[in-house]
Design a protein around this ligand. Structure first.
Ligand code: UDP
Length: 363
């Protein structure tokens, strides 16, 4: 029996892990034993437990309950706690996702114990070393034995850093997820009615990147741009807890009276709203791609993106945090015809990942 220890901690990781876990349970129940470690990085019910319930993710065997603090404190505490779990469980593989502090702590703890590390979403780069995520990705990739790339660009990024061993192009597990849940969300979610939104007539927004939330000028520009947009259409902003707190502290909420500020949404409600939005305005990595998967134009409130294909194919526009540019891009979003090739694979990334883990990474 192959023993895989999966480390998750933040919302996008629960979603990605759901896809791979489903393949393990459905297709390899007799040959692979997977168990989850939840670091606790995201702990609010609506940032964590709802995803386990809704996406049928296995109950974590270990809940480390580590959240908050500085990056150093959080990552350090995780490193120590994950090492203890690894010493007692002795897995064959440690499976990590994305680019959070949980990803980095898992990678480091495993590598120091000589336990092979497999990184899902390897090779992404923003080339902005001020992003905590960029540091986490580069370091995690450096110590990973299997590097599962979502895009050709990710493979090229790794090659430029001299990393080719163990690298494979599998496609994006988020694309697998979007195919699996797109119709489920349409039939199960009543989010359009609940929020009184009409098909194709509203803006869906999210904002949580530190570069925006931790910079008062940028956050203000974003808040005011959303308020401007809300002057003549519905704008809904499911607010990340950190963003909500900073917006309140900054006194921004009053200026955004006409924006529907709601709690973070469960996944099915979120992708239901994505599918029928006129335009999506975001700084999230996952949401940029989901916009693309669901053929909805996207405005990305960042200066660069890891998901360059969405921009190259005309579905995504980078505006930075400029009120004027956000307003202009979201008021008349591009609607390109078609998508060319399949930049994010064919919806079988999770199956390819599990097959390679089983093969012991003999690639
Ligand atoms: N998401 C969600 N509810 C929300 C906001 C986002 O379910 O209120 C989902 C979204 O559909 C996507 C994922 O969370 O699948 C993206 O996570 P996030 O934006 O937190 O992180 P990032 O992708 O930027 O790393």
């Amino acid at each position: 029996m192959l023993k895989i220890l999966t480390i998750v901690g933040a919302r996008p990781q629960f979603i990605k892990a759901a896809a791979v876990s489903r393949v393990i349970r459905n297709d390899h129940a007799g040959t692979i034993e997977e168990f989850l470690v939840h670091t606790g990085q995201h702990y609010d019910t609506n940032m964590s437990q709802v995803f386990f319930d809704e996406l049928d993710i296995p109950h974590p065997k270990f809940n480390l309950e580590i959240s908050g603090g500085t990056h150093g404190v959080m990552t350090g505490r995780m490193l120590e706690a994950i090492e203890n779990v690894l010493l007692s469980e002795k897995p064959d593989w440690v499976l990590i996702y994305g680019d959070t502090n949980s990803t980095l702590a898992g990678a480091l703890a495993a590598a120091k114990l000589h336990i092979p590390v497999a990184h899902v979403e390897a090779g992404l780069r923003s080339f902005n070393m001020r992003m905590p995520e960029e540091i986490n990705r580069i370091l995690a990739d450096r110590v990973s034995n299997l590097l599962f790339c979502p895009t050709e660009v990710a493979v090229e990024n790794l090659a430029r850093e001299g990393v080719t061993k163990g690298v494979s192009l599998v496609g994006d597990v988020m694309y697998d997820v979007s195919l699996y849940y797109r119709d489920v969300a349409r039939s199960r979610s009543d989010a359009l009615d609940r929020f009184n939104l009409k098909e194709g007539e509203y803006v869906l927004a999210t904002c949580h990147r530190a570069e925006n939330t931790d910079d008062p000028t940028r956050l203000r520009e974003i808040g005011l741009a959303l308020a401007d947009l809300a002057a003549n259409q519905a704008v809904i902003l499911p607010v990340h807890p950190r963003t909500a707190k900073i917006m309140a502290d900054q006194g921004l909420i009053a200026a955004m009276r006409n924006v529907k500020l709601v709690d973070p949404l469960p996944f099915l409600d979120m992708i239901r709203l994505e599918q029928s939005a006129r335009v999506i305005v975001t700084d999230s990595g996952g949401v940029q791609k989901e916009a693309f998967f669901y053929d909805v134009p996207c405005v990305t409130m960042r200066d660069e993106t890891e998901w360059v294909e969405t921009v190259e194919l005309g579905w995504n526009v980078l505006t930075g945090a400029s009120r004027e540019r956000i307003l202009s891009a979201a008021s008349s979003p591009a609607r390109p015809v078609g998508k060319g090739h399949h930049p994010y694979g064919h919806g079988d990334a999770s199956a390819m990942i599990v097959r390679q883990l089983l093969a012991g990474g003999l690639c």
